[in-house]
Design a protein around this ligand. Structure first.
Ligand code: SF4
Length: 395
């Protein structure tokens, strides 16, 4: 098994392609900052390892049987970030891959956790594709994503990371398979409706390859235009200190040239779009400045101080015992509170939840939320229609 945490990263990585294609100078600028890894990313790595085991067992059962797989799963379960729900989500991924494999006329060739080399298009470019299926004239790249935030939904449509993997797969297998069709799928099982699919022709893929090559050459030379925007900057290592992002956000936040005293609804929409990065940028700036102050460096006009302090027990068991021994009733000291619905589902798994508890679940409508037009959810309004108003009067 590939050590997922040791997957090496290329300067122009496939996972960062969305950023460097839009903002080529971000590549050299980001080199000045240390690598970052969040708990969510480590969690994703663990879930990927589990997916890999299940796929290997499915495609290469003779070499990697159930006993070996279960032994390896046990090892993963001992890891700190393990969650039981990973078993279920990796099954959703496995089921998707199985149905994709079965849709080929003949059993496809399968590569799991395959390192692909797309350096013909992007200098030194390589990455690791979760699953590649090949059969007839089709290559199908399937990627697992463990993110659960609807804001982090990843679409397969023209997804540059997946297209770079597809270019790598094409270069590796083109002598063996007459590849003409490219299929891309993303399985993000923690989101409802978390499957995204897209297809293109080989010509479209190669056209993208030529475009990626131009942008990569700019990136390597530190050239090209900066393109600050909330998607582009989200994972950029320079995001707190980047001047282009700072200037754009400051300009938007403080110097918008408003002409009439009231702005129109169209302008509200435009400002929301243009300003989407402002609060994230402020957050990144605050975090950066705090770290600098804590490291003893100067940020003009600011300093780090101790926040509001909290009190904790030195020994909780002993403290509670002392209170009970001195006549304080246990009922005052302890609360017997059930876990929330989602916590219970996470603990016992979807299957048991569906079996014993689903009949007690009622789903209320969520709080109205403002999202961008392309969001898949249906638009709502609180406006009463003429029909509804009329119905009420008749009653
Ligand atoms: S912060 Fe944004 S604009 Fe600045 S280099 Fe990074 S991606 Fe480009």
């Amino acid at each position: 098994m590939i050590g997922h945490e040791n997957r090496s990263h290329a300067l122009l990585s496939a996972s960062g392609a969305y950023r460097w294609l839009k903002c080529p100078p971000s590549v050299l600028l980001g080199e000045e900052f240390p690598d970052e890894e969040s708990d969510a990313a480590r969690e994703g790595t663990l879930a990927h390892e589990l997916c890999e085991l299940k796929l290997r067992n499915y495609f290469f059962t003779t070499d990697y049987g159930k006993r070996k797989m279960n032994k390896d799963i046990k090892k993963l379960q001992e890891k700190e970030l393990w969650q039981n729900e990973m078993l279920e989500h990796s099954d959703t991924y496995l089921e998707y891959v199985k149905s994709a494999a079965l849709s080929f006329d003949n059993q496809p060739y399968a590569a799991v956790e395959k390192r692909v080399d797309f350096s013909k298009y992007v200098p030194d470019g390589f990455g690791t594709a979760d699953c590649i299926l090949l059969g007839g004239d089709t290559v199908w790249i399937i990627d697992f994503k463990y993110g659960k935030s609807p804001d982090g939904r990843v679409s397969a449509s023209q997804n540059p990371q997946m297209m770079l993997y597809a270019l790598g797969a094409y270069e590796t297998y083109k002598m063996l398979y007459p590849i003409k069709n490219i299929k891309l799928s993303i399985v993000q099982p923690r989101l409802p409706d978390g499957i995204s699919e897209w297809e293109c022709t080989l010509e479209q893929l190669l056209e993208f390859g030529a475009y990626a090559n131009q942008r990569a050459m700019l990136a390597i030379d530190g050239k090209g235009e900066f393109n600050p925007d909330h998607h582009t900057c989200k994972y950029c290592k320079a995001r707190a200190k980047c001047r282009a992002r700072a200037e754009k956000n400051v300009e938007l936040a403080f110097f918008i040239d408003k002409k009439p005293p009231l702005i129109t609804n169209d302008e509200v929409g435009d400002y929301l779009l243009k300003g989407a990065d402002i609060s994230k940028w402020m957050h990144d700036l605050i975090n950066y400045a705090l770290q600098e102050c804590l490291s003893g460096r100067q940020i003009r006009g600011w300093k780090a101080v101790e926040g509001r302090s909290t009190r904790t027990w030195t020994d909780e068991d002993e403290a509670l015992k002392a209170l009970i021994d001195n006549g304080i009733p246990e009922a005052i000291l302890y609360k017997n509170v059930p876990l929330t619905l989602s916590q219970i589902e996470k603990e016992i798994g979807k299957e048991q939840f569906e079996k014993y508890a689903v009949q007690f679940v009622v789903k209320s409508s969520g709080k109205p939320t403002l999202v961008q037009e392309q969001d898949k959810r249906e638009a709502i309004t609180l406006k009463v229609s003429a029909n509804e108003a009329f119905k009420e009067q008749v009653v």
